[in-house]
Write a protein that binds this ligand. Structure first.
Ligand code: GLN
Length: 489
């Protein structure tokens, strides 16, 4: 087996037994990244990576044992990093180097993980396709004509293509789950507040949440364990006892029925006519597989699902317009080269620094927050958000998890939808509800649709029920091999 085919457990074993070193492992991945054709990375600095790897080797040689010690990780370029550029995929921050590390980055570094670099993403995490980074689109490793999903498309593509064993991402309205689904990897967005937002370049603060990509639920659990935890630097961080998500995956006692008694809610609204048949078939097969493991389906209803799109596409732009006001050419980032006066400098800086999708959202956000429209749009959207949360509260009274598709279609072609932003927004229908309510959600590969493009099953859990989501996915993966399929055979 080649190094990039090993699971985290296998990598751990190999590193601890001295079969290979962290430096050798990092070099192997850097070589693969060097040959990457997907445009998955924005910033790679081999010297820094190798320095961290050698430090990990020293710790391992001294007898230290820790889950991620010496394990390479790639960070979505939304997390600020000291030393590496922190661009948010934007021209505005194209050369920006942060003076501090995001909490997620710092936690992983303390854990001994080795940073491989920063992954490409939609500008300020706005998008579902990773077609709108300043640094060019990312390609899907399963089919280079296809988008990898977004906005964390670089991270998902990197894990799928074996350019990194694990990667971080952020999910505001689906940006971990949807690219995970489209790239055939496992991705989890935890409960809002589990993972610190400190140093995560803000898009929509009441929705933004860090998450994890890996090839299996087991590997995701290890990464999420290291990422999560209370952070006094983030006022919305939740004070909970640390959880070891990987330890909670332990083997079931009930033999061939490892999911016996699990009640899986199937929301009718997630299986309407908008769901493409080539996605529906693998989803149905996966639900049947869960049943064969002992779970049973319970019909539930999330009647306000449709309202998630208008609610999200008011709230997220509103928060974005406020968050992005800091990019004024004064404090940091791009500044226009020539201008007449201060106002002209602001205008030129923002006109040059932001791409079309970001501008569109700033315009929408500013509009819905403006005097006279606030009640009609922003306040109304907040009310819808509460109603959507009520739907879930009612559903979780009778089920343990909710299952359905992640995306109504498989990955589309690069360029196919660039002229029609609304079509992109509509495709977020199944991921937005968990975002608006702050519930944890996971995507795992369950097969392929048209053109051999991957399909993901979404599992949504109740608040703080990440361990159960990961457990269900892990037991499904122990009994199936979709997560072991690799692009190119
Ligand atoms: N596709 C959604 C959007 O464009 C979600 C993006 C995200 O989760 N960062 O806003």
């Amino acid at each position: 087996m080649k190094l990039h085919e090993l699971t985290l457990a296998e990598l751990r074993g190999g590193l601890d037994a001295g079969r290979f070193g962290a430096e050798e492992l990092a070099r192997h991945y850097l070589e693969r990244i060097g040959a990457d054709r997907l445009n998955a990375f924005i910033d790679v600095q081999p010297q820094r990576t190798l320095e961290q790897a050698r430090a990990a080797d020293t710790r391992i040689a001294a007898g230290e044992r820790a889950p991620l010690l010496g394990i390479p990780v790639a960070h979505k370029d939304i997390f600020v990093t000291r030393g590496w550029r922190s661009t948010a995929g934007s021209r505005m921050l194209a050369d920006y180097v942060s003076p501090y590390d995001a909490t997620v980055v710092a936690r992983l570094q303390v854990a001994g993980a080795v940073c491989l670099g920063k992954t490409n993403c939609d500008e300020f995490a706005m998008g579902s396709s990773t077609e709108n980074p300043h640094f060019g689109p990312v390609r899907n490793p399963w089919d280079e004509a296809a988008i990898p999903g977004g906005s964390s498309g670089g991270s998902a593509a990197a894990v799928a293509a074996g350019l990194a064993p694990i990667a971080t991402g952020t999910d505001t309205g689906g940006s971990v789950r949807q690219p995970a689904a489209m790239c055939g990897v496992t991705g989890i967005k935890p409960t809002y507040g589990r993972v610190s937002r400190y140093g995560m370049i803000a898009y929509a603060s009441s929705l933004d949440q860090g998450g994890a990509f890996a090839r299996s639920a087991h590997d995701c659990a290890r990464l999420l364990t290291a990422m999560a935890g209370f952070d006094p630097q983030d006022s919305t961080s939740l004070q909970r006892d640390p959880e070891d998500f990987a330890a909670k995956l332990a083997a079931p006692t009930s033999g061939s029925q490892p999911l016996r008694g699990l009640r899986v809610g199937i929301p009718a609204e997630f299986f309407g006519p908008g769901l493409a048949s080539d996605v529906r078939a693998p989803i149905e097969a996966a639900l049947a597989a869960l049943e064969s493991l002992g779970a049973h389906r319970v019909a539930v209803s999330l009647p306000k699902t449709e309202l998630a799109i208008p609610a999200y596409y008011v709230i997220a732009p509103a928060e974005a317009s406020s968050n992005l006001s800091r990019f004024d050419g004064v404090r940091y980032g791009h500044r226009a080269g020539a201008y007449a006066d201060l106002l002209d400098m602001y205008k030129r800086t923002r006109a040059e620094g932001f791409g079309a999708e970001v501008k569109r959202r700033i315009l929408i956000g500013t509009y819905v927050l403006s005097h006279g429209y606030y009640d009609a749009y922003y306040l109304q959207a907040q009310k819808l958000r509460r109603l959507i949360a009520e739907d879930f509260r009612a559903a979780f009274a009778s089920v343990d998890i909710i299952a359905g598709p992640v995306s109504p279609t498989v990955a589309w072609n690069i360029g196919e939808r660039t002229d029609d932003p609304v079509q992109n927004y509509l495709a977020d229908i199944f991921t937005l509800p968990a975002s608006l309510t702050g519930l944890p959600g996971l995507s795992m590969p369950v097969g392929f649709g048209a053109g051999g493009r991957p399909v993901g099953l979404q599992l949504i859990g109740n608040y703080f029920d990440e361990a159960r989501l990961l457990m269900v996915a892990h037991r499904f993966q122990q009994a199936s091999d979709w997560h072991l399929r690799r692009p190119g055979g």
